[in-house]
Unconditional design. Structure first.
Length: 566
C-alpha cells in the first residue's frame, strides 16, 4: 500500500527519540510530493545507526520530466552525475568516475526513471532524530531531485546537456566500431590528454602535452556528429612502443587499457578508443590457476607434469602470465596489451646467448616473442608491447612507435634497420587454441552451524569475498570501479546456480550479461524489471565478460569438469 508523503512526515516526526530499530516501520512505498506522480521506495531500512545506509529508490514518471525518448548510457550517466552533485549529507548515490558505464543508480523503465540511492537515517546515539529524518526524506530529497532533473525549471538547459552527452556517446561508439574495418586496434585523437593528475587520481593532468599523431600513422574518421577526428591509429598485428624512461610509453599503454570504455566530456580521452575485447596482461605471482592449457608457453616440465590442463595454487610470474594470456583468449580477447615493467622476463623474451647456453629441448618456457607473430598470422590476435630495456620484439614488430617527451614518432623504418640477422627462433610446436572450460555443478555448502553462506560481495575494487575465501583482483587493471566488482560478485552467485557441468563458463557469462542488458539488474534476482516488488540492486555497474572471467579464474575453489573438445 502506498502512503502519502504527509503520512511519512508525521510517522517520522512521531518516532523522534525512540530506539533506532523503530525506523523499520517506514519501509515500503510512499508518494513523493513536489515531483508529480513520483514514488519513494524504502526497500531496506538499516536497523542500527552504524549499519550500512538504508537502500532506497525513487521513480519519477517519464511524463513529468522535461525530456523524452529512450535515454542512452551517456545520458543516464549525466543524470547520475547531476543527482550526485545535488545530494547532500545523508543522501548518497553511486557516483561515476571518468568512465561512462551502465549503472543501476539511474535506469529507465517503461514509464519511469528509477533512481537507486542510499539514505543515512539520522540518529543521536542510538535514538532516532525523527524531525531531521522527516526533513531529509520529505523536503531535501524532493528538492534535490527537482534541481537535478529540472522538473519545475531549467528544462531547456538540461535538454541541451543531454543531447551533447548523447552526441558524444554516438561519436565514441562509431569510432570504436570503425577500428576493425580500418585495420586498427586503437585510435588516439589529436589533442587528447593522456597523462593523469596523480597515481591515485584519474583526472587529466593540468598543462599536459596534447597528443599529436605522426603523419605516417595518422587516420581520419568522420563522426556521426559531423566533426572529423584525426589521430594516431595503432595497426593490427604486433606493435612495439619504445622510448626513454618517463617519456610516456606506459602512459600511452594505460590510455589503451582504459580505451575499452567511453569517457566523460572533459576527461581528455574522449576520443581514445581501443578494441572492446582488448585485455591487459601482467605477471601475478602466487595466483591460483585451474585447468588452463598453458602448453603453448610452458611445456615439457622436468617433473613430467602435463600442462594442457594445468592447475596450481601458487603460480610463478611466467606461469601466471601464460595462464592469463590463454584465459584472455578463452574470454574472447582479440588484442593483448603488455608492459615489460609488469611482466615476467622469461615469459617475454629469451636472448641469443641464453638460447645457446640452455638448449631449446631443456627449456620448458616458450617466450611470447616466439609466439606473437604466430598469434597474429594464424589466429588474428594483435599484441601491443611496451619495452624499454630489451630490443627482442624489434625483430617481429609490424609497427614501432617511439615516444619522446609524450610525443609519438613512427620508428618502424629505423627499427627495421636494426633487425637481428639471426631471426628469432620460431616456436617449437604450433600453438593450440584454448578449449572452453566447463565448471562443475556447485553444491551449496553450509557453515558449521548449518547456515547457507553469504553471497559473494565486493570489498572495494580489488577484492571479492566469497565465503571464507577472497578473490584477489589487483592484477585486473581494466576494472574501472568497485561497482563493477560488486556486479561481478553478484554475477558469480548467479553463475554458481546455473553451472550444469555441460555449458562452457564463457557461454554462461555472456548469457547473464545479455540478460542484464535486456531485463536490467533484476535479472540477477529473478524479479520482473519495473515491478513494485523489485528491490534496490545495490551499487552495480556493467562489467565486460573479460573481467568476469578473470575473477572466476582467480577463485581458488573453482571446480571444472573439463574442457569442450578436450
Amino acid at each position: 500500500m502506498r502512503c502519502s508523503m504527509g503520512t511519512l512526515f508525521q510517522r517520522l516526526s512521531s518516532l523522534d527519540g525512540k530506539g533506532y530499530g523503530a525506523y523499520k516501520s517506514i519501509a515500503g512505498r510512499h508518494a513523493l510530493e513536489g515531483v508529480p506522480g513520483a514514488e519513494l521506495f524504502l526497500d531496506k531500512v538499516q536497523s542500527d545507526p552504524f549499519a550500512p545506509a538504508s537502500l532506497s529508490r525513487v521513480r519519477v514518471p517519464l511524463a513529468a520530466l522535461p525530456f523524452s525518448g529512450s535515454l542512452s548510457t551517456h545520458q543516464r550517466d549525466l543524470l547520475n552525475r547531476r543527482i550526485a552533485g545535488e545530494f547532500c549529507h545523508g543522501l548518497a548515490i553511486d557516483c561515476p568516475g571518468q568512465q561512462v558505464l551502465s549503472r543501476a543508480a539511474v535506469t529507465q523503465l517503461d514509464d519511469a526513471l528509477q533512481i537507486c540511492f542510499e539514505v543515512q537515517l539520522p540518529a543521536r546515539g542510538r535514538r532516532i532524530r525523527g524531525r531531521e529524518a522527516a526533513q531529509l526524506l520529505c523536503t531535501t530529497l524532493p528538492r534535490a531531485l527537482d534541481r537535478a532533473l529540472c522538473i519545475t525549471a531549467g528544462g531547456d538547459a538540461l535538454r541541451a546537456e543531454l543531447e551533447a552527452a548523447a552526441a558524444l556517446g554516438r561519436d565514441q561508439t562509431a569510432l570504436r566500431g570503425a577500428l576493425a574495418g580500418a585495420g586498427l586496434v586503437a585510435f588516439i585523437a589529436d589533442g587528447s590528454i593522456l597523462p593523469r593528475q596523480a597515481g591515485n587520481s584519474d583526472e587529466p593532468k593540468s598543462h599536459a602535452i596534447p597528443f599529436v599523431a605522426p603523419e605516417s600513422l595518422a587516420h581520419e574518421f568522420t563522426l556521426p556528429s559531423g566533426r572529423t577526428a584525426r589521430g594516431m591509429g595503432i595497426p593490427q598485428g604486433v606493435t612495439l612502443i619504445v622510448g626513454g624512461g618517463y617519456h610516456g610509453k606506459s602512459t600511452l599503454l594505460s590510455a589503451l587499457v582504459t580505451g575499452v570504455y567511453d569517457h566523460v566530456a572533459g576527461d581528455g580521452r574522449e576520443l581514445v578508443v581501443a578494441d572492446p575485447t582488448a585485455v591487459a596482461l601482467r605477471a601475478e605471482d602466487g595466483r591460483a590457476i585451474t585447468g588452463v592449457d598453458i602448453s603453448p608457453f610452458i611445456n615439457g616440465l622436468p617433473s613430467g607434469e602435463r600442462t594442457t590442463s594445468f592447475s596450481t595454487t601458487n603460480a610463478s610470474g611466467s606461469t601466471s602470465q601464460s595462464a592469463a594470456l590463454m584465459e584472455a583468449l578463452e574470454a574472447g580477447a582479440h588484442t593483448l596489451l603488455i608492459d615489460e615493467d609488469t611482466s615476467a622476463t622469461n615469459f617475454m623474451i629469451r636472448d641469443e646467448r641464453m638460447r645457446r647456453l640452455v638448449p631449446a629441448d631443456r627449456e620448458p618456457i616458450t617466450p611470447l616473442v616466439d609466439r606473437a607473430r604466430e598469434l597474429w598470422c594464424d589466429h588474428g590476435i594483435s599484441t601491443v608491447v611496451v619495452a624499454g630495456g630489451s630490443g627482442a620484439f624489434i625483430d617481429i614488430a609490424d609497427t614501432v612507435i617511439a615516444m619522446d617527451a609524450y610525443t609519438p614518432h613512427d620508428a618502424t623504418t629505423q627499427a627495421q634497420q636494426l633487425i637481428n640477422t639471426t631471426p628469432t627462433a620460431p616456436a617449437l610446436t604450433p600453438m593450440t587454441w584454448p578449449a572452453p572450460r566447463v565448471a562443475a555443478r556447485v553444491r551449496t555448502q553450509r557453515d558449521q552451524r548449518g547456515r547457507t553462506p553469504k553471497l559473494p560481495r565486493a570489498r572495494g575494487i580489488d577484492t571479492i569475498q566469497h565465503g571464507r575465501d577472497d578473490i584477489d583482483l589487483r592484477a585486473i587493471s581494466q576494472l574501472a570501479c568497485s561497482s563493477q566488482t560488486q556486479a561481478i560478485a553478484r554475477i558469480i552467485a548467479t553463475l554458481e546456480k546455473r553451472a550444469d557441468g555441460h555449458t562452457p563458463m564463457i557461454t554462461l557469462v555472456n548469457d547473464v550479461l545479455a540478460e542484464i542488458q535486456t531485463h536490467g539488474w533484476a535479472a540477477l534476482s529473478g524479479q520482473r524489471a519495473g515491478s513494485h516488488a523489485e528491490r534496490h540492486p545495490g551499487r552495480v555497474a556493467m562489467p565486460r565478460p573479460q573481467e568476469v572471467m578473470a575473477a572466476l579464474n582467480r577463485y581458488r575453489r573453482l571446480s571444472l569438469v573439463g574442457s569442450l573438445g578436450a
